[in-house]
Design a protein around this ligand. Structure first.
Ligand code: PRX
Length: 663
């Protein structure tokens, strides 16, 4: 196969030391990959045998339809099977004698704040919380919303829901009260789990206050939350003015310890929903991506094992927050399905100083370290000494996720952090794909090219399509799509299967449309070139331009807004907003602050535009469509490359906008 042939000069290999890697040759990879494509039913059934099922799946367990012309889009894996993912994450390891092995090594905001929970501890706490949820009347299929910082109670709450067949919806604790309310109402959670607050570096974040506001908004919207369970964070107590509503709020530390530490798992059908996770699209409201149990479990467990070369007892650290998909698949489920010891990091990577990450790696002897390019870029500018002061000899595999990694950051990661000893797995995947899709595998046989996500994982058939939907063969560039189903893929969007079909399957019938562009080189390696839709990626956070535009346009003084992503040296992309005011006299610093505060309140701090560019009008085609290509070029100071603007209804708007840049 030509994918693994010729190794050009720029190739770098990263040999693992000490123990043989899970896959030891390209022939092994090729054989398994080929089998996974030719016989998905059989291949995944074999992989699934590593997990515990209360009922085995049917012989022909896999079926899917990706073609919108052939009826509804669907996929099922392990049909007929019954399992419980929390059992597979916890009970299985306790039964195998690993009960006293650490499961979570939590490190708080301050380096001295630590907590170790063993697999037995976590299992007992999960059972107690499951019992409490049952007492609240939470049933199989009900959704529980989790709005928590990175404390052990967050993955515990996810696992407790999974244990009883309830669906968790984690909302990143950086979202505003408005966004939280929208997400709670959308899935009609009656129970919310939160904490008093959290410290992010030197800054307290008043989570309970935000929840109170959100629940008021829910009430106004006609949805009542019956119960808020609150974790007490002693370093960030309730803020002045924030209280407890006796009829609704209860403390975790008063109610959970009273519950029994055993709870029979509910064995659920493979296709029973496991979680909802809201993510941004190019239009409209955030989408509630639905992942189900059996296929997701097998996909998460198997990819973690192969991609991170993981064995039980390995110390693994992902800097992701459980509020995003990486925190679900590769911080909670994947590592625990493999019996790993997970570092849970409840601080920020630059607090109290730039050495924090390397200190953590030294302290816990981390073997696999998984992070985002934006973090590497922000750290590398401070020099190598921060890194080299600490012992990183435990490291074996380095991982990158969330955005394309530039060559400079890749080399720094490889050479300075990993001492040229550790392969970098540059993993391309998405909230919707659930699990890794394109990635190198660790081992000296797998040649690495800085910046390339490399090769498809088992069961994944990436294709590049021309705008007309024709497959580009050999080396070339196109829209990245996936042919055929894989076990971890999202099955639907909450309450909106039509939107699932129209977003992912209608653009190119017969394929899953990723929204990314990509290039395949002469060796068959895939290079992700970035989004082809109106989604932007800021510090690895996915943000829909439409959402930020919507938030701006909600302000009474904003007549119209258009948002584009522009290149940013650290964040990858930053948010650049063009705003037309109802009263141009108000343009100025004060108005900018008002709009920034408004976006912070409506979505959250991470969605705030870096630049607001006053726009008396916007460049539109005669049919009224905003030409974002033009706006992007103006924002980046590339007006010489504007291209054809003759289709604009009023081409003079371009010069006007250029003249207002920086004003
Ligand atoms: O554009 C791709 C980028 O992140 C998008 C998915 O974002 P999200 O659903 O939030 O999931 C992020 C964590 C999996 C993709 O469409 N992306 C993700 N990983 C990579 C990447 N771009 C380039 N290289 C990657 N390794």
């Amino acid at each position: 196969m030509h994918r693994l042939q010729v190794l050009s000069k720029q190739l770098t290999s990263g040999a693992l030391t000490e123990r043989p890697s899970t896959i030891s040759s390209s022939a092994d990879y090729e054989r398994l990959y080929k089998r996974s494509i030719e016989d998905p039913n059989g291949f995944w059934a074999e992989m699934a045998k590593d997990f515990v099922w209360s009922k085995t799946w049917d012989k022909d367990h896999f079926k899917s339809n990706f073609n919108v012309n052939n009826g509804p889009i669907f996929t099922h894996w392990f049909k007929g099977g019954k399992t419980n993912i929390a059992f597979n994450c916890l009970d299985r390891w306790v039964a195998a004698g690993r009960g006293s092995q650490p499961c979570f090594l939590w490190e708080g905001n301050e380096p001295h704040q630590q907590r170790t929970m063993t697999y037995s501890d976590v299992l007992a706490e999960v059972c107690r919380l499951s019992n409490w949820l049952l007492c609240q009347g939470v049933k199989m299929g009900d959704t529980v919303s989790l709005y928590l910082p990175m404390v052990c109670e967050l993955p515990i709450a996810m696992l407790a829901c999974a244990r009883i067949g309830a669906v968790h919806s984690v909302i990143f604790a950086g979202f505003s009260a408005d966004s939280l309310a929208q997400r709670i109402m959308d899935c009609k959670s009656r129970v919310v789990i939160t904490s008093t607050g959290t410290m992010r570096g030197t800054k307290p974040v008043d989570l309970k206050g935000i929840v109170d506001k959100a629940l008021d908004l829910c009430n106004k919207g006609g949805h009542k939350v019956d119960r808020a369970l609150v974790v007490e964070d002693s370093s960030c107590p309730l803020q002045p003015g924030v209280g407890f509503q006796a009829s609704r709020d209860v403390w975790w530390h008063q109610h959970i310890p009273q519950q029994a530490a055993q709870c029979e798992p509910t064995w659920v059908d493979s296709e029973q929903p496991l979680f909802l996770l809201y993510t941004s699209g190019s239009t409209g409201n955030p989408k509630g991506v639905v992942h189900t149990t059996g296929g997701y479990m097998v996909g998460a467990g198997v990819s973690t094992k192969y991609v991170f070369d993981m064995q039980p007892g390995d110390v693994y650290w992902s800097t992701a927050d459980c509020g995003w998909i990486t925190g679900h698949t590769y911080l909670t489920y994947g590592p625990l399905l493999n019996g790993a010891i997970c570092v849970l990091f409840g601080s920020t990577p630059t607090y109290p100083d730039q050495a924090r990450c390397w200190q953590v790696i030294e302290k816990y002897k981390v073997r696999q370290f998984y992070t985002a390019p934006t973090l590497l870029r922000s750290l590398l500018q401070h020099g190598d000494d921060w890194v080299t002061k600490y012992d990183r000899s435990s490291l074996r595999v380095l991982g990158s996720v969330g955005e394309p990694i530039n060559e400079h950051a890749w080399h720094w990661f490889h050479e300075v952090v990993g001492e040229k000893r550790c392969p970098i797995v540059d993993t391309w995947w998405q909230t919707e794909t659930g699990t890794h899709m394109i990635t190198p595998l660790p081992g000296s046989w797998c040649k690495l090219k800085p910046g390339s996500a490399s090769l498809p994982f088992f069961g994944v058939q990436p294709v590049l399509l021309s705008p007309e939907g024709k497959e580009v063969t050999g080396h070339g560039e196109g829209i990245l799509a996936i042919k055929g189903a894989w076990p971890g893929m999202a099955r639907t969007l909450h309450n909106d299967h039509g939107r699932y079909e129209s977003t992912y399957f209608a653009p190119f019938s017969g394929y899953y449309f990723t929204g990314d562009g990509a290039r395949r080189d002469e060796d068959g390696y895939i290079w992700i070139t970035g989004r082809v839709d109106d989604v932007i990626n800021v510090s690895g956070h996915r943000i829909g331009t439409a959402e930020v535009e919507g938030a701006l346009a909600e302000h009474p003084l904003c007549a119209e807004a258009a948002v584009v992503g522009v290149d940013h040296p650290i964040k990858g992309q930053s948010i650049y907003a063009y705003v037309t005011l109802t009263d141009a006299q108000r343009q100025g610093k004060e108005m900018r602050q008002i709009l920034v505060d408004h976006v912070r309140k409506t979505i959250g701090p991470f969605a705030v535009p870096d630049v607001i560019h006053w726009a008396p009008s916007l460049p539109k085609t005669r049919s009224g469509k905003i030409m974002r290509r033009v706006l992007r070029k103006i924002a980046m100071g590339q007006e010489k490359e504007l291209g054809d603007v003759s289709t604009l209804a009023d081409p003079s708007v371009v010069d006007l906008l250029i003249s207002l840049r920086g004003k």
